[in-house]
Design a protein around this ligand. Structure first.
Ligand SMILES: [Zn+2]
Length: 362
């Protein structure tokens, strides 16, 4: 069976060839845990669960390693901790927020029929050098400085985007265009407008770790470079996430990982799911069409929500509607009749062929 996947970096659908068929390696950016996950957050979780299951089907369940991180250091988390747990010391309040939210997330996505990834590392466990020697953020930043790809300025450590000739290849943004664009405000301490933060100082009322650059905390992008290398190595098979992560997050992950490790490639296939709207409009709290997974699970079985999500191809924009949800249980009921007649328990070749063609769930 030939699995073909669309790769955002090469902009083409290609045959999937794993680096090691005995250990197929997949990384997907996970949630920032400060509040209930919304239906837009559910899309990559469901889409990449389908991919995880396809890879397990093809290569064997023990031959696939799937890593999805938990971002538990973020300014939104600090704000929520101060609001919800005003009596607790900040570190304890942050832990209370992130543990509660991560547990909610895991319960929600399990109800949507998603297998747990092989590893779900928390960013805060990968800031400082580790006893087990797995990749960590401080060591990666030190490697970037040593190789001439990062510099200290204004209390921060910044990635020097001009030190990487093909920076911008994933998103198709050329450095010159960005430098010239007056819309990006140049902070005085940055060498170039596109340089981004690897490490920043923390004030006394912000979470922080003692580092070679003083007490501070990592930028968002460096955590995925550290945790993917920790579990999957410096070059792995597939990196996934939502379309909104292509720039700057994935562009910067590529820059950090390749420049720190001196490699030409971070991941061989970059996969991105499309945007999700609700009833034809951008989901937002202000327009009242903001839907959490938990809200939906109160009204619908998880399998109905999952099917409704997969009726749209993962790369297409999706319109989440009540009408679509209402139709999904009927489709599922029909399928259960068909499945009951399938004595062997194996999916038909037509189903596998469709899924092998870039996860053509529709
Ligand atoms: Zn990431």
């Amino acid at each position: 069976m030939d699995l073909r996947l669309y790769d955002t970096l090469s902009k083409e659908k290609r045959d999937f060839v794993p680096i090691d068929a005995d250990n197929v390696r997949l990384y997907v950016c996970g949630p920032t845990v400060y509040d209930f996950a919304h239906i837009g957050n559910a899309r990559p979780v469901i889409v990449f669960d389908v991919l995880f299951r396809m890879l397990r089907y093809i290569y064997g369940p023990d031959q696939v390693t799937y890593v999805r991180n938990i971002t538990d250091v973020d300014d939104k988390i600090n704000d929520r901790a101060i609001r919800d747990f005003p009596g607790l010391p900040l570190n304890e309040a942050i832990r209370a927020v992130t543990e509660k939210t991560a547990a909610q997330f895991h319960a929600d996505v399990a109800a949507l029929g998603c297998l747990p990834p092989t590893h779900q590392p928390r960013a805060t466990d990968f800031v400082l050098p580790r006893a087990d020697g797995k990749s960590d953020m401080v060591t990666l930043i030190q490697q970037l400085i040593a190789r001439g790809h990062a510099y200290e300025a204004g209390g921060e450590v910044l990635f020097d985007t001009e030190s990487m000739p093909d920076y911008g290849a994933l998103s198709g943004r050329k450095l010159e265009d960005q430098q010239a664009g007056a819309r990006i405000a140049v902070d005085a301490h940055k060498k170039h407008a596109t340089d981004f933060v690897l490490w920043k100082q923390s004030s006394a009322d912000e979470p922080g770790w003692e580092s070679p650059w003083g007490r501070g905390r990592p930028g968002w992008h460096i955590e995925c470079s550290a945790m993917s290398a920790a579990y999957l190595g410096t070059t792995f098979d597939i990196h996934g996430g939502g379309l909104d992560l292509i720039f700057p997050h994935h562009e910067n992950e590529i820059a950090q990982s390749r420049c720190a490790h001196g490699t030409d490639v971070m991941a061989n296939y970059w996969m991105h799911n499309g945007f999700l709207q609700v009833e034809g409009e951008k989901m937002s709290k202000s327009t009242g069409n903001f839907i959490t997974i938990r809200d939906l699970l109160n009204d619908w079985p998880g399998e109905v929500i999952r099917l409704n999500m997969l009726k749209t191809h993962y790369r297409s924009p999706m319109d989440w509607t009540l009408k679509g949800l209402e139709e999904s249980p009927k489709t599922l009921d029909d399928w259960y009749w068909v499945a009951a007649d399938n004595k062997g328990g194996h999916p038909s070749n037509k189903v596998i062929d469709a899924l092998s063609d870039d996860l053509n769930t529709p």
